[in-house]
Structure formats: C-alpha cells, structure tokens
Design a protein around this ligand. Structure first.
Ligand code: PEP
Ligand code: MN
Length: 330
C-alpha cells in the first residue's frame, strides 16, 4: 500500500490546512516527527478517499505524491544522522562504540563496566535492567531499580545510555533514563510495544528478529516512526543460520548491514556479541561490521565475565574491550 503524501508550500498555514483536511475526513501526520513546522504530511490510511485533485488544490498544498515505498517515514530519514543525546550517529559521522554488561547486575558492576567502556573509547553504556531469557528460570535482570544504576554510571563517565525496554508497562521508566531505547530481537515485531516506545519521542535501537526478513525489519522501524520515535538505528545481531548453535550462536548477516547502509542509507549498528555467542570472535566480526559500513557497535563486556549472570561466554574482559577500542575507535 502506497502512502499518499501532501507536500506543503513554505510557510503554509498548518492550522487552517488541518481543519480543511479534517472537514474532508482526511487524517494526517508530519512525515518526520519532532518538527513543529513539517514540510510534508502523510495521509493516514483510515482517511476518507478524496480525489487527488481536490487535495492538491487546497490552500498551502504544493503537490500530492504517492510514496515510492510503503515505508515513507523511514525513507524520509535516509542519509541523515540520528541524534542520540548529544551524539549524532550515522549520516557520515564516525562510528561509535556502545559497551557494557549484558545485564546490570549491581551498582558496583555497572560503575566498573562504565569506567571500562569510557576508557575504551565508548560513547554509550549498554546494559539491561529487563532481560528477555529463553528459560523462565534464568536470571531476568534486576528490573526498574537497575535503571537508576545505569543512568548514574553513564553520567559519572559522560556516556550516553542504551537499555532495553521489554514491556509496554516499562516504557515510561525506561524512556525517562535512556538516551536510546533498545527493542530486543524477540520483540521486533511486537507492534503494540513499538507504538508505545515510539510515543516517547526518542531514538530507538531496533534489533533484528532472529528470523526476520529485511522487509519485516523495515516495517517494524516504520511502526516506531509512525508512533513518534525521533529515529531508528537498525541493529544486526545475527539471524538463525544452518548450524545447531554450538559453534556460533547466530549468523551475522553482513549483507544486511551493507544493504541497509549502502543502498537504503539507513543508520545501522552491529552487535557481534549476540551473533557469535563467544568472545574470541568479537574482534574479527567487529572489523567486518565496520568494513561493511556500520555506524556503531554494541558490545557486551564484563569486568568479571566468569561470574556474569547472563551471557558471560560472549563478554569481553576489561583488557579485551580496551584492545578492541584501541584498534577500532581511539
Ligand atoms: C541484549 O542486547 O542484551 C539482547 C538481549 O539482545 P537480543 O535482543 O539481540 O537478543
Ligand atoms: Mn546479552
């Protein structure tokens, strides 16, 4: 379904135009969110079918276009950087490193991990307060309390914060502390969650579902933007491969990174940790990701990986993170 887009004349009287549109049964949204003065409006699909020439002749309308794709909001952001806190990501800016533990296990761990991240050249701290786990009996994070530990540690080291929101219930509390809200692989197509996360109006790191096509992934991003997210960073974290997960956890789809980055001009990160599932492959996969054009890396690191409560096998030690940072980011 092709979305129809109203291109506006410069200085168009938006209030007047909106009331004419409503009178015709037409509902719209700004093409890009967060702009008081949009240059274009998308027509919502539940609007009444009004002939194109009637719409094109309304005061303030320059022209009427049919979006060339079914992801008009994503297309409108092509080639642009995404503002994450004080940091511009993508759109030609140098790649950034986000590092930290899989799970925010204690205030002390988070603080030590943030110090390691900062020392290694990271610009953002990662860490989960809410952990999606395959087994219902596995440690599932410390919950809302850990959000405060993460924000505090990020502040101490002047880092941005990326952390996962797993449930609609937690959108406001995560939205209040995160500079970048992470939607995990298992929730990529949870459309109710995507809508709520969008409502926060912040940028979102959208992990790829383990078996999601690029089309499904793009549509999930469009859901976020339609909900109000200020931008979406695609995060490739490995997809289901042909193996049995004993050698590598997932298959890092470098083609997807190159395609989204070089062809679609989207903002793309790579998470080699969840792709590999083992720490010895993190550095080579990181090199590959940057070679393909990734705008950032999301890497799990733990000062004491041996006793990590989740994903210890793929966590870099403090020294390993520092070496990776030195080679790729400093
Ligand atoms: C994570 O980054 O901690 C995580 C759970 O990743 P994914 O959703 O990619 O499995
Ligand atoms: Mn993890």
């Amino acid at each position: 379904m092709r979305t129809r887009i109203l291109m506006l004349k410069p200085g168009a009287d938006l209030d007047r135009l909106q009331s004419s549109l409503r009178g015709l049964g037409i509902w719209t949204q700004g093409l890009t969110s967060g702009q008081d003065d949009p240059r274009a409006l998308t027509i919502e699909p539940h609007s009444r079918r009004v002939p194109d020439d009637v719409l094109a002749s309304l005061e303030g309308v320059q022209s009427l276009l049919a979006s060339p794709s079914d992801t008009p909001k994503l297309d409108a952001l092509a080639g642009q950087s995404i503002q994450v806190g004080k940091l511009a990501i993508g759109g030609g800016a140098p790649p950034v490193l986000a590092a930290g533990p899989c799970s925010a296990e204690s205030p002390e761990l988070v603080l030590a991990a943030a110090a390691d991240a900062a020392r290694s050249g990271a610009r953002l701290l990662r860490g989960g307060a809410f952990k999606p786990r395959t087994s219902p009996y596995a440690f599932s994070g410390c919950g809302a309390e850990a959000l405060g530990w993460l924000r505090e540690a990020a502040n101490v080291h002047s880092l941005g914060l990326v952390t996962e929101v797993m449930s609609e219930r937690d959108v406001d509390s995560v939205g209040a502390v995160a500079d970048l809200l992470q939607v995990g692989s298992r929730n990529m197509a949870n459309f109710a969650l995507l809508r709520e996360v969008g409502r926060v109006g912040k940028p979102v790191l959208l992990k790829r579902g383990r078996a999601a096509s690029l089309e499904d992934w793009r549509q999930a991003a469009e859901h976020l933007l339609h909900g109000g997210a200020s931008g979406v960073i695609f995060c490739e974290r490995g997809v289901a491969g042909v193996g049995d997960q004993r050698e590598t956890r997932n298959t890092l789809d470098i083609s997807a990174v190159a395609l989204l980055k070089q062809v679609e001009r989207a903002v793309v990160w790579v998470d080699p940790s969840h792709a590999a599932g083992r720490r010895d492959l993190i550095l080579p996969l990181s090199r590959a990701a940057l070679a393909a054009g990734a705008d950032g890396l999301l890497i799990e690191a733990h000062p004491e990986a041996r006793i990590a409560r989740s994903d210890g096998a793929q966590a870099l030690s403090s020294a390993e993170l520092e070496r990776l940072g030195e080679e790729l980011f400093v």
